[in-house]
Structures are given as C-alpha cells and as structure tokens.
Design a protein around this ligand. Structure first.
Ligand SMILES: [Zn+2]
Ligand SMILES: [Zn+2]
Length: 379
C-alpha cells in the first residue's frame, strides 16, 4: 500500500509499505477513505518528539471495514467507521471508567495509545491506504447511512470535534455563560463551536492568524486579534472587566507571540488573567513532559512559569489532558446526522494521499488559508 512515512525532521514522503494484516482475532482492517493532518502531527513533523523514522503518521481516520478478525462480533465487513485517535482495550481499569485516553493495556508500560504517534505505542497511522484497528468492536464507531455524503463532517469525530468539546467539558461550560478560547486552529474552532452547542451566550476566540479568526467569526464567535498583544485587554473589555466565566486552552506550549517567538506559558497565563475569579479552565493544547528542542530551559524539562499565585488567589479550577474520544463521539455523530453540526466548515484543503507532503509543508508553515487538510487515499 501507499503510506505517508516520517524520514526525519520536516521530511515525510509517500512510500510503498506492506499492507497491514489481522494480527489478533479482535482486529479489523479498514480501507481508509478520509484521513486528516492534525496540528499535533506537526510536533512530530518538526522533529520535536522521539518519534522513530519509518513511522506512518495519521490518527484522524475514517474508512470502510474490509476484513474482520475471528473474535470480532459487532463490526462487519462493509461497515463505514470512524476511529477514535485513542486506541483502547475497553476493559482495563481506566477504560471501564470511560477514560479511554488513559487505557492501561493498549500501550503496555505507558498510559494511552494512538495511531501513528510518538510514545503512543507501536501502531502505525492511517495516512495510508489501509489501517489495522485493534480491539475493533470497542474502537469502531459505525456511521449511519449518510456516512459517504457527510464523510468530511464525520471524520472530525476521530479527534478534533471531541477534543474541542472536551475543552468545554473540562471548563464546565453551562448555558448562558461566556467563554474565552485561546487558539483559533482546528481544535480552538471546534471548542468555540462546542461552547455554542452547550449554550454559551458569548464565545470569544483569541489568535493572531486572520484566516482562522475569520472562520471563528463565520460561526458566530467574537474574534480577538492578538497581533498587537492587546488580546487580554480586549477580552477584559468584552467581559466588563471581570473575565469570562470559562476558558479553553487550544494552543499548547508551542505558542508564538506577536514577534514570532515561542513563549510556552503565554496562553495559560493569559487565561489566568481573563477568566473570572472562581471560573474554570480546560486545557487540551499539547504540553510535553520533555522537549529537547524546547524554547527555554523550563520547556526543555516540560515546565512553564505559571502564574500560580494569581490562579490560586482567584480560586480558579483547571482540567487538562487528551480527550477520551469515545465519551463524546456518538453524541456528536448524532448532531451531524441530524444536521445540527457541520464541523467540515473548517476544511481548507482536500488532497489525494500522494500530495500529503505538500499538505504538511504548507500547514506547518501556517501558510495563509491552510486551516485544515484532509487526505483522500485511493483518489
Ligand atoms: Zn489530531
Ligand atoms: Zn483499556
């Protein structure tokens, strides 16, 4: 099969790889029809992780089941399925409680597994023609009859729609509240969209990229351009000086200030400044336990200089971590099926798999207009 392979920092290519096979009776093989490039793929692409050369990337996958292991009972050949980026067993202590992002069995010796990702187990990704799906009965979300027609919406259930929703869940967004979101990338936009689904009366999105801010406005959010570093001031003005009820961090530690410098603590400290006292913050942007290429001494050790005094003084609460996609994907699927959510609005480019390296280059360069790239293997 053809697959997108990591050769080293900022070097990926499409290569021939052996087709995946059923390795355990609980596996299925999926022919991938849509697979996304994710902002978190860029951490690996830029050489900021320990990911090994030869890894096939891709954790946002959708396709058709073409082969089924002997112990698979529910999923059938021909089913169109969307796969959570988390690979989870369904029956460990954490999966039992719904925390599939922290599965204890899918990546032995560690917590949590994913397709095609650094430190997340030996699994190849789905930016390829075919993908092996472990624990298939548990992991496959079978899609309804409009699966083909709404494929670009349903594929967002693999990661960014549930992850954006998770940010609002961690922040505890309630109807009639105001929400400030740092980051208007795909996850930030999905958090804004989710905040509206949950009934927020005011959703403020802060970023410096004009194309992304335009999308935030398109879905009814208030866009705050932080290019002049007046973002915090503007959010406080919009919330009568008190700050928003809830805040979401959708950037991560690779956060750039207006001068193009990486400032790992920028968004977290801005959230402390712009969420009201006793409010809460959901942080889903990626922070790494260590990064040899980190912007400063703290970042190299996975630390940030956090305004903990002000955070404590305001009595703020903070929730963090990856989304357990299975907690949300079925309900969000129902919204898409019923025509009440169309997350495909953020797709800017649809490319055949063979052009994936070009997609990586442009997305990594944050080239104007490249907000979300979906790849179509087999086209
Ligand atoms: Zn992703
Ligand atoms: Zn598990």
């Amino acid at each position: 099969m053809r697959a997108l392979v990591y050769n080293g920092p900022r070097d990926v290519s499409i290569q021939d790889r052996p087709d995946p096979k059923i390795e355990k009776p609980t596996d299925v093989i999926v022919r991938i029809t849509t697979t996304n490039i994710c902002g978190s793929d860029l951490h690996m692409y830029e050489g900021r992780t320990s990911v090994e050369r030869g890894k096939v990337f891709g954790h946002e996958n959708l396709g058709e089941v073409i082969e089924v292991g002997a112990a698979v009972e529910r999923v059938r050949k021909g089913d169109r399925v969307c796969l959570p980026f988390n690979i989870s067993c369904g029956c460990c202590e954490n999966c039992e409680r719904g925390y599939t992002a922290a599965c204890l069995r899918a990546n032995p010796g560690s917590v949590g597994a994913a397709y095609g990702y650094a430190e997340m187990g030996p699994y190849d990704g789905g930016q390829a023609e075919y993908l092996r799906v472990p624990y298939a009965d548990f992991n496959c979300l079978a899609l309804p009859e409009d699966a083909a027609e709404k494929e670009n919406d349903y594929v967002m259930l693999s990661d960014i729609f549930p992850t954006g929703y998770h940010a609002t869940e961690l922040a505890g967004v309630q109807p009639g509240e105001s929400v400030v979101i740092y980051g208007a990338g795909p996850v930030g936009l999905m958090a804004a969209y989710s905040a509206m689904i949950r009934g927020a009366y005011q959703v403020i999105v802060v970023d410096t990229q004009k194309d992304r801010l335009a999308l935030a406005e398109q879905i009814g959010a208030i866009a705050v351009d932080d290019t002049e570093q007046r973002g915090v001031e503007q959010v406080l003005e919009l919330t009568k000086g008190k700050g928003a009820d809830r805040g979401c961090e959708c950037v991560g530690y690779q956060c750039f200030n207006c001068k193009g410098h990486e400032v790992p603590n920028l968004t977290m400290n801005n959230l402390v400044k712009t969420v009201k006292a006793t409010g809460s913050i959901g942080c889903v942007g990626v922070f790494m336990p260590q990064d040899p290429g980190g912007a400063d001494e703290l970042a190299k050790k996975g630390q940030i200089a956090f305004d903990f005094g002000e955070f404590w003084n305001k009595g703020l609460q903070l929730g963090t971590g990856q989304a357990s996609v299975k907690k949300y994907n079925r309900h969000l699927m129902n919204l898409i099926h019923a025509g009440k959510a169309t997350p495909s609005f953020l797709i800017s480019h649809e490319l055949p798999l063979e052009q994936a390296p070009e997609g990586y280059r442009n997305f990594d360069a944050r080239k104007d207009g490249w907000t979300k790239v979906v790849l179509k293997p087999g086209r």
